[in-house]
Design a protein around this ligand. Structure first.
Ligand SMILES: CO[C@H](O)c1c[n+]2c([nH]1)[C@H](O)[C@@H](O)[C@H](O)[C@H]2CO
Length: 448
C-alpha cells in the first residue's frame, strides 16, 4: 500500500558530476581544468585528495549504468567536462571527448534511462582561468560556443538541460571564501563572476530556444530556508540579508529580471556591487522551463558586528547533523518549495540534488546498512510530497548521489552515494538506501 503516492509522471533520478566521478583527468585529449589545478596545490583539499582517478567512471560507465538499470532508476543527471570537449576551453574540439559522452548517453538510452545534462558543474578549463576565468566576458562567449556544440551533438537525445550548477557556490566558495577552485578571496570579484555566469546562462537559454530543440532547459540553484536566531530586529534583518545573499540575488535576476533592491543598495554601500546593464538583466531573465533546486539543510543566522561583509553569521545548532555537519531539517525543504511557488509564479521545479553524507561502513556481510540515509531521504521526500499536495509544481527529484565520490574540499572523506565505492579496488557495493529508493521508484511513492 502506497501511503504517499507522487504524480504519475514524477521524475525519479540520481545525480553526479564529471569531476567528482569520471577520473581519467588527462586521458583521451582532455585539457586541464581548474579543479585539476586546485587539487594539485598542497593544502587545498583534505589529505591532498584529487579527482585524477575518482570513481574511474570514464572507464566503468557501462557497469555503473547496469547498476542504475538493476535498481530501476530511469533518470540520471550528470555533467559534461568542458575541458574534455574543448581542451583549451574554446576553438579546437576534442572528438574523443564527444565520443565518450555519445557512448555514455547511448548506453543510458539503451537501458531506458533518460539523461539530464548539466553543462557546467564547476570544472572550468584552466586555459580560461588563465585569462581571468568568469571575470572575463570572453568566457561567457566561450561557454555559449561550448553549449552550442553540445546542443548540436546531443540536443536530439537529451530531454533535460541545466546550464549551470549553483552559481552561488562557484561565486562565493570559489571567489570570495577561496575554499573552492580557483581559490580567490574577493567579494567584488565574486559578484562579478556571478553576474557573468548568469549572463552566460541567459545567452545559452536563448540559443537553445533558437535551435527548436524538443527538450527543457533550466538552471540549478543551491537554496536554503533561512531562519533568524531570535525575533530581535537585528537578527530578523540578518536573515533577510542572508536570504538575499544566497537565494534572492539569483532567483530575482533569473525569474524577475532584476537584482533585489535591498541587496543592490547594500552591495553598493560595501563597494562590491558589480557593473551591469538593463540589457544584461533582459538576457539573464530569458524564460526557463524549470528551476532546479539543490536543498540539503536550512540556515539559522544572527546579526554579527564582526562578520565581513554582511554582518551575518551562521549558528551551529546542537541538532542532528549529517557527516558534513549540516543540520537535518526536512521541513526547510517544504518551506523553500512553498516560498518559491508563492514568490515566483508557480514555476515548475526539479529537485536536482538532495541527499546526505554519513560515515558508511561495510559490515561483516559485505553490506552497507545506511538506515540514517534512508531516514534522511524518507523525511525529505515526505516534505516534497506535502508541498505537491499544497500545490507546488514539483516535477522531479534527483537524489545526490548515485555513487560515493570526490566531495570537493573534503576529498573522499564524505560519502553521499547510495552506492558505496571502494576507492582502492573500484568495487561498487549497493547500499540499503539504494534498495529502499528502488522501491520508492517502483511504487512511485512511499509505502509507510
Ligand atoms: C550547501 O550544499 C550545496 O547545495 C551543495 C551540496 N552539494 C553540491 N551543492 C554540489 O552540487 C555537489 O557537487 C556536492 O557534491 C553536493 C554535496 O556537498
Amino acid at each position: 500500500m502506497v501511503k504517499y503516492k507522487f504524480p504519475d509522471d514524477f521524475i525519479w533520478g540520481v545525480a553526479t558530476s564529471a569531476y567528482q566521478i569520471e577520473g581519467a583527468y588527462n586521458k583521451d585529449g582532455k585539457g586541464e581544468n581548474i579543479w585539476d589545478r586546485f587539487t594539485s596545490i598542497p593544502g587545498n583539499i583534505y589529505k591532498n585528495h584529487n579527482g585524477n582517478v575518482a570513481c574511474d567512471h570514464y572507464h566503468l560507465y557501462q557497469s555503473d549504468i547496469n547498476i542504475l538499470k538493476e535498481l530501476g532508476i530511469k533518470n540520471y543527471r550528470f555533467s559534461i567536462s568542458w575541458a574534455r570537449i574543448f581542451p583549451d576551453g574554446y576553438g579546437k574540439v576534442n572528438q574523443k571527448g564527444i565520443e565518450y559522452y555519445r557512448r555514455l548517453i547511448n548506453a543510458l538510452l539503451d537501458k531506458g534511462i533518460q539523461p539530464a545534462i548539466t553543462l557546467y558543474h564547476w570544472d572550468l578549463p584552466q586555459e580560461l582561468q588563465d585569462i581571468g576565468g568568469w571575470t572575463n566576458k570572453k568566457v561567457v562567449d566561450y561557454f555559449v560556443e561550448y553549449a552550442e556544440l553540445m546542443f548540436k551533438e546531443f540536443g536530439d537525445l537529451v530531454p533535460i538541460w541545466i546550464t549551470h550548477n549553483e552559481p552561488w557556490v562557484v561565486s562565493i566558495l570559489g571567489h570570495a571564501w577561496g575554499v573552492h577552485a580557483p581559490g580567490i578571496k574577493d567579494y567584488k570579484i565574486a559578484l562579478k563572476v556571478a553576474h557573468n555566469i548568469l549572463l552566460s546562462h541567459g545567452k545559452v537559454v536563448k540559443l537553445y530556444r533558437s535551435m527548436s530543440l524538443k527538450g527543457k532547459i533550466g538552471i540549478t540553484l543551491n537554496l536554503s530556508s533561512i531562519h533568524s536566531a531570535t525575533d530581535s530586529e537585528k537578527d530578523l534583518l540578518a536573515a533577510k540579508i542572508y536570504d538575499g545573499f544566497m537565494n534572492r540575488w539569483f532567483l530575482d535576476a533569473i525569474l524577475k529580471g532584476s537584482y533585489p533592491e535591498d541587496m543592490k543598495k547594500l552591495y553598493n554601500e560595501l563597494n562590491i556591487l558589480p557593473q551591469f546593464s538593463d540589457d544584461d538583466m533582459k538576457i539573464i531573465n530569458e524564460r526557463i522551463d524549470f528551476l532546479g533546486i539543490n536543498y540539503y539543510t536550512r540556515s539559522v543566522v544572527k546579526y554579527d558586528e564582526n562578520a565581513y561583509p554582511l554582518k551575518v553569521s551562521m549558528l551551529d545548532l546542537d541538532n542532528p547533523k549529517t557527516d558534513m555537519g549540516w543540520e537535518i531539517y526536512p521541513k526547510g525543504l517544504y518551506e523553500l518549495l512553498i516560498n518559491l511557488h508563492k514568490n515566483y509564479d508557480g514555476i515548475d521545479i526539479l529537485i536536482t540534488e538532495n541527499g546526505a553524507a554519513f560515515n558508511d561502513i561495510v559490515n561483516y556481510k559485505g553490506k552497507v546498512v545506511d538506515d540514517y540515509r534512508i531516514d534522511y531521504l524518507y523525511r525529505h521526500l515526505l516534505e516534497a510530497y506535502r508541498a505537491i499536495c499544497d500545490g507546488v509544481n514539483l516535477k522531479g527529484y534527483y537524489l545526490w548521489s548515485f555513487l560515493d565520490n570526490f566531495e570537493w574540499a573534503e576529498g573522499y572523506s564524505k560519502r553521499f552515494g547510495i552506492v558505496f565505492v571502494d576507492y582502492n579496488t573500484q568495487k561498487r557495493i549497493i547500499k540499503d538506501s539504494a534498495y529502499w529508493y528502488s522501491d520508492v521508484i517502483k511504487n512511485n511513492g512511499i509505502t509507510e
